[in-house]
Design a protein around this ligand. Structure first.
Ligand SMILES: Cc1cc2nc3c(=O)[nH]c(=O)nc-3n(C[C@H](O)[C@H](O)[C@H](O)COP(=O)(O)OP(=O)(O)OC[C@H]3O[C@@H](n4cnc5c(N)ncnc54)[C@H](O)[C@@H]3O)c2cc1C
Length: 375
């Protein structure tokens, strides 16, 4: 190990991948509020088939070979001392400690609904938070999904496919869903929603309940500011895109007016020395897309360049969202390109090649006992 210590603050998708990249050469400490990588991806699959989702998207840190050289600290970040170059961490037993950094990578992501939470949790609490919404939806005859983004669309489609006897209705304010994707993506996904029996209701803007947090499934009638009569359902799922950055622990001078971490094009935080940011928390571009497009490899290269005194490279964000929308399905896994074209990877290839070889081995550098994980 050479060079100063690199502290990765937040061990979600981007934090883990950055640690995997950097720990081969540097002394890396990763700090995370969960004992596992709990992905924010594929909400629909998580709600409809939690065991299948957990196989690929809830990975104990101990199972990730790529983290073997990272010292993982299970705790919640509570503060950053810029002058002293330390972060403060609260542990499960209530004690606090500090970690000294030479380079700090801020990757604490966002909070969104009940499926992306920043709280310090044990493994049992993580599992309960995955199982409980599934059971609540399993017991409902009617489900209303509010929102038109990927989380809402994926939830509606996957719930309707898993439980064909439920009535599933999707409501969103615009003329079409997936407004940040190419129009072709919506056209294809819309067909899938219709064939799964989902009722599609454009032009519905929900009135958010007074004490709305979006953190729970609700059962009260939904009122519309767009004039339609109220809607009732046994379970209402709110996926209205109210993502909040997990930045309460950071000094305000690092943040933009919406509370996200300010970022230069090379992923450094302006006005600081040795602080980088990546992922949904990083204010890099309007779509805040640095969690995608293998940006962690650019970040790792820029950290190395920074430490070696070499020039840093620039992040070039895509103009549209792309990738998976509905997640793995029995018939295959469709990935949508930025131009809106869908490429379906057959289920045998997604399960037999893409996940074990490209994702597990290529990206995470190996997942122990993956084949034995329950689905
Ligand atoms: C390989 C890959 C493929 C992807 N594919 C797609 C795709 O097809 N379609 C798409 O839309 N998106 C895709 N994404 C992006 C993805 O949907 C999200 O953008 C991504 O999960 C965000 O990662 P993150 O690290 O910023 O946040 P998160 O994964 O949410 O990680 C943040 C972590 O920080 C922790 N944390 C928060 N606060 C604290 C604190 N105070 N102390 C300690 N820990 C804290 C949280 O608990 C969490 O574990 C992909 C991402 C990757 C890496």
């Amino acid at each position: 190990m050479t060079g100063p210590r690199i502290v990765i603050a937040g061990l979600g998708e981007t934090g883990v991948l950055t640690a995997v990249r950097l720990s081969r050469r540097y002394d890396v400490v990763g700090i995370g509020a969960k004992p596992a990588l709990v992905s924010g991806q594929e909400l629909g699959l998580r709600l409809a088939r939690p065991e299948r989702w957990a196989r690929d998207y809830r990975l104990d840190f101990a199972s990730l070979r790529g983290l073997d050289r990272t010292r993982v600290v299970h705790g919640a970040l509570t503060g950053l001392d810029l002058a002293g170059r330390t972060v403060a961490v609260r542990h499960l037993d209530g004690t606090e400690s500090r970690e000294q950094y030479g380079v700090l990578v801020i990757s604490t992501g966002v909070s969104n609904g009940f499926w992306r939470r920043p709280e310090l949790q044990t493994a049992e609490e993580v599992d309960d938070a995955i199982r409980d919404p599934h059971e609540r939806i399993a017991g409902a005859a009617t489900v209303a999904v509010i929102g038109g983004g990927a989380a809402a669309v994926s939830a509606a489609a996957n719930i309707a496919k898993a439980w064909p006897d439920k009535r599933v209705e999707l409501y969103f304010p615009g003329e079409r869903g997936l407004p940040s994707h190419h129009a072709r993506v919506w056209a294809q996904v819309r067909d899938q929603l219709v064939s799964a029996g989902v009722g599609i209701h454009p032009g519905h803007r929900a009135v958010l309940p007074p004490d709305f947090t979006g953190e729970e499934l609700t059962a009260e009638p939904v009122h519309w500011s767009t004039g339609q009569p109220p809607t009732e359902a046994d379970v209402v799922l709110w996926a209205v895109g109210r993502a909040r950055p997990n930045t309460e622990w950071l000094p305000p001078e690092l943040l933009d007016e919406e509370g996200f971490v300010r970022a230069d094009p090379d992923l450094r935080v302006p006005g600081t020395d040795g602080i980088f940011t990546i992922g949904d928390v990083a204010s890099t571009d309007p779509l805040r897309s640095s969690a995608r497009n293998f940006t962690h490899t650019l970040l790792a290269a820029n950290v190395r360049a920074y430490l070696d005194g070499k020039p840093l490279k620039t992040f070039r964000p895509p103009r549209r969202r792309w990738g998976s929308v509905l997640g793995p399905q029995p018939e295959g896994h469709t990935i949508y390109a930025p131009n809106g074209r869908g490429y379906r990877i057959p289920a045998w290839a997604a399960d037999g090649l893409m996940q074990p070889l490209i994702v597990n081995r290529g990206i995470y550098r190996g997942v122990r006992d993956w084949r034995r994980r329950v689905v």
